[in-house]
Design a protein around this ligand. Structure first.
Ligand code: ADP
Length: 492
């Protein structure tokens, strides 16, 4: 099969979170199964150019229809750790992708509406006719609409679309002005409730367009698929998912076992595996040295890695930090805030805890440091409000950390409580789970993890080794996507 992935991120060249990891990992998995995979991405000024090999021009004269005129774009091509990527660079005064960051601009919806139109125009103009176009999140939600309403009539009637929703919390809700910009000119038609009209606001909704017009829609874990359809976690899209339930599913994300491998990770100073678990303690020492934490071998080291955002349960992250210190543990936080209020809150905490030898707060995005933390820390906390899949808990398992998570979304599909899980035998359990969204619940689970660590270190060690043996690679999800692509490819 010929598969084209269109997304706003691909790790490690463009990564703000899990979307980047998934787009890269899934592409590599599909290629390893013999499919031809290409990626189309925006050419941001701030992406990691050091991860692109052989960047060269591929299509210099792409004219993308935009309002009543057209924007001139160049398309560059290069390999990101073996994946063939096309980068779209518009030459317009809007400077869509030259903003020094990927997201968070006032005109994000316009920027990605433009990217969507440009990506499909590029496929059309360069005569690329993939069997499957795989689009991701709200940023590319208009692509299925454009394909079905415009490009289908211009030689692209055989292309099929898989649309994956990684986060219902961001849907791309914007004025219908975007419709005219992208060439979807019949306002009354597109603005109807069965098409793009948002279910709650007088606006259009890109993600809803993606759901309505794709051949298949999925989110990134089976439990989250249920939550999105039947609870407020669907953020207003529940009726749309209900209407389109016959083509909606949940497929758990994998992690790339080549990228995330403690035996060969170049950011891990002392490689190790589950056969040689004791070497992990050398990385713990290295992490402590790097972050100027006191070297206290008896203390457990707890970490949080992720966006500092309400979705991630920031109040519980904050509580976990103080609870860990109270229980004699050490705590490392690596996170970038998504709002100024959260940023100043954690900056204040950082200053306050600056001289504490058992705590380190690192604000910002730091890929290299994240690998060392996974390798060095004993536990990872993931107290999310909602979590479509979550990768930090499965990466944590791979690096021999014991996850302490809230039982929502994909966390529920991946972490099985050491004491209470009913469905898995003891030898398949891998962490600690709490359910309520409050500090007592968090303490009950994190407290049980500390009790095991302090009172029965051998059992804690066994639990961590057991976690390392879980398989959250792309093998199983790869089978599911393979089967799904094959199925929709033959649909009318
Ligand atoms: P998200 O909701 O942000 O996509 P996931 O758990 O699915 O969360 O994926 C998070 C990914 O981003 C993981 O690879 C994690 O290691 C990485 N990550 C998150 N925050 C940071 C950070 N501040 N620095 C480095 N890596 C980070």
């Amino acid at each position: 099969m010929y598969i084209v992935q269109i997304a706003s991120e691909c790790a490690p060249v463009i990564k703000a979170g899990g979307l980047g990891d998934v787009v890269y990992g899934l592409s590599r998995e599909m290629e390893s199964r013999g499919h031809c995979v290409e990626l189309i991405l925006p050419m941001y000024d701030c992406m990691r150019y050091d991860h692109i090999w052989g960047l060269h021009d591929a299509y210099l004269n792409l004219w993308v229809p935009w309002y009543d005129s057209a924007v001139h774009c160049s398309v560059y091509c290069g390999w990101v750790h073996g994946r063939l990527c096309f980068f779209i660079q518009p030459h317009s005064q809007d400077n869509f992708f030259n903003r020094g960051r990927y997201y968070g601009e006032n005109d994000d919806q316009i920027r990605f509406a433009f990217f969507s139109r440009a990506a499909i125009e590029f496929l059309h103009a360069s005569n690329k006719r993939p069997d499957i176009i795989h689009c991701h999140d709200w940023q590319t939600g208009l692509i299925p609409v454009l394909l079905y309403e415009i490009y289908k009539w211009h030689g692209m009637a055989n292309q099929r679309i898989c649309y994956t929703i990684h986060n219902f919390g961001h849907q791309g809700v914007w004025s219908e002005q975007t419709l005219r910009a992208t060439g979807l000119n019949n306002d009354a038609y597109y603005y109807s409730p069965e098409r793009l009209r948002d279910n709650n606001h007088n606006a259009i909704n890109f993600m809803k367009g993606g759901i309505v017009y794709s051949n298949h829609v999925n989110t990134v874990s089976p439990h989250h698929a249920w939550e999105a359809r039947f609870t407020s976690v669907g953020c207003g899209l529940q009726p749309t998912l209900g209407l389109h339930h016959y083509k909606f599913s949940g497929i758990l994300n994998g992690i790339d076992y080549e990228v995330w491998n403690p035996e060969s990770d170049r950011y891990v100073p002392h490689p190790y595996s589950y056969d040689d678990f004791d070497s992990k303690s050398l990385n713990k020492k290295a992490l402590r040295e790097r972050l100027l934490l006191r070297d206290a071998p008896e203390k457990p080291l707890v970490a949080f890695i992720g966006r500092l955002d309400h979705q991630k349960g920031v109040h519980l992250v904050h509580h976990a930090m103080y609870y860990a210190l109270e229980r004699g543990a050490q705590f490392v936080l690596l996170g970038s805030a998504t709002e100024p209020g959260i940023d100043s809150w954690f900056r204040h905490e950082k200053e306050f805890l600056n001289s504490n030898p058992d705590c380190h707060i690192e604000l910002g995005f730091n890929e290299e440091l994240s690998h060392l933390i996974y390798a060095g820390a004993d536990m990872i906390v993931v107290p999310s409000n909602y979590e479509p899949c979550g990768l930090t808990q499965t990466i944590g398992l791979r690096y021999g950390m014991v996850p302490v998570v809230r039982g929502v979304g994909g966390l529920l599909n991946t972490i099985f409580d050491w004491d209470y899980d009913q469905e898995h035998p003891v030898e398949k359990r891998n962490g600690f789970v709490f359910y309520e969204n409050d500090s007592y619940a968090l303490e009950s689970a994190l407290g049980r993890a500390f009790d095991l660590y302090y009172q029965n270190p051998q059992l804690f060690r066994n639990l961590a080794i057991q976690g390392m043996q879980c398989d959250y690679s792309w093998t199983n999800p790869g089978d599911e996507y393979d089967e799904l692509y094959e199925r929709i490819r033959h649909k009318e």
